[in-house]
Design a protein around this ligand. Structure first.
Ligand SMILES: O=C(O)C1=N[C@H](C(=O)O)C[C@H](O)C1
Length: 291
């Protein structure tokens, strides 16, 4: 199981490859995960936003985790599994099941859509944190429709089974407000803010863009961890255009297009209501294929 101390560096959220007919493409998945493991990444996230969690079934998550574990072999790269839904009972059940299939931690998003009270959300996290599977809280107001107060986030982080936070709040405010109360590690979940968040004390990032230029993302984190911010900033500046382009249309469609063009995936298929990227964006992204 993942400890607080290990929650640092670059965690790569994997895409879920599909064949053109929408079926899971496990052959591509194995090839792609093995490719990612050639880099010194700090962890993998299966079934996150980038993995199209809203349209993959739990049975498919189980298959993906099983292939990930086989690809890892003896390597100890933590596997984090997205288990959060907007039902507490379902989240607890998925988190427990994730533990049974070998997840080292669970990524639990703030419950979305039903707009519960902060007290209800705290209780949601309390229940998930009692499963015995380390929980990483995931705050992403642009997707959930709720922006948690720093006070509630602090209370969530104080729960024993919660080992840290993925902060996709879209600004530096939460991290600043948590300040020294953020006694647990915070991972940046908003790729464009990675450098700024590291500067403010984040311990790393869960970055979809790190599927591409993986080595450079790792370098940004390493330089920042060593306190060498000018070097981290220089490397990160080189990544900004890629990050901007990958988020010009809904994630992970642009990323899947690039991975397919790199022959890591057989197709750039996404499941509806996600759709493939426009030809204008394809043209923009083509410039990253020369690497
Ligand atoms: O899959 C994730 O986890 C991530 N989700 C964010 C999003 O698309 O909302 C982006 C981040 O890079 C990773």
């Amino acid at each position: 199981m993942l400890s607080q101390a290990e929650l640092k560096g670059i965690y790569v959220p994997v895409v879920t490859p599909f064949l053109p007919d929408g079926e899971l493409d496990l052959v591509s998945y194995e090839r792609y995960v093995k490719h990612l493991l050639e880099f010194e990444i700090d962890g993998l996230v299966v079934g996150g936003t980038t993995g199209e969690s809203p349209t993959i079934s739990w049975e498919e998550v189980v298959e993906l985790v099983s292939i990930t574990r086989d690809a890892l072999g003896a390597r100890s790269v933590p596997i984090v599994v997205g288990t959060g839904t907007n039902s507490t009972a379902d989240t607890v059940r998925r988190t427990e099941m994730a533990g049974r299939i070998g997840a080292d931690a669970a990524l639990v998003v703030t419950p979305y859509y039903s707009r519960p009270s902060e007290a209800g959300i705290l209780e949601h996290y309390r229940r998930a944190s009692r499963t015995g599977v380390p929980v990483i809280a995931y705050e992403i107001p642009s997707r959930t429709g709720i922006r948690l107060s720093a006070e509630t986030m602090r209370a969530i982080l104080e729960l024993d089974g919660v080992i840290g936070l993925k902060d996709s709040s879209g600004s530096l405010t939460l991290l600043q407000e948590l300040g020294s109360f953020a006694t647990k590690p915070v991972l940046c979940g908003d790729d464009a803010l990675l450098y700024d968040m590291l500067r403010l004390g984040a311990s790393g990032g869960i970055s979809a863009s790190a599927n591409v230029c993986t080595r450079n993302f790792i370098e940004v984190c390493r330089q920042a961890a060593a306190g060498n911010y000018p070097a981290a900033s220089r490397v990160f500046d080189g990544l900004r255009p890629l990050i901007d382009d990958l988020f010009r249309e809904p994630n992970p469609a642009p990323l899947k297009w690039l991975l397919a063009r790199q022959d890591l995936l057989a197709a750039d298929a996404v499941r509806l209501p996600m759709s493939q990227i426009t030809s204008a964006l394809q043209q923009r992204l083509s410039r990253y294929l020369v690497e």
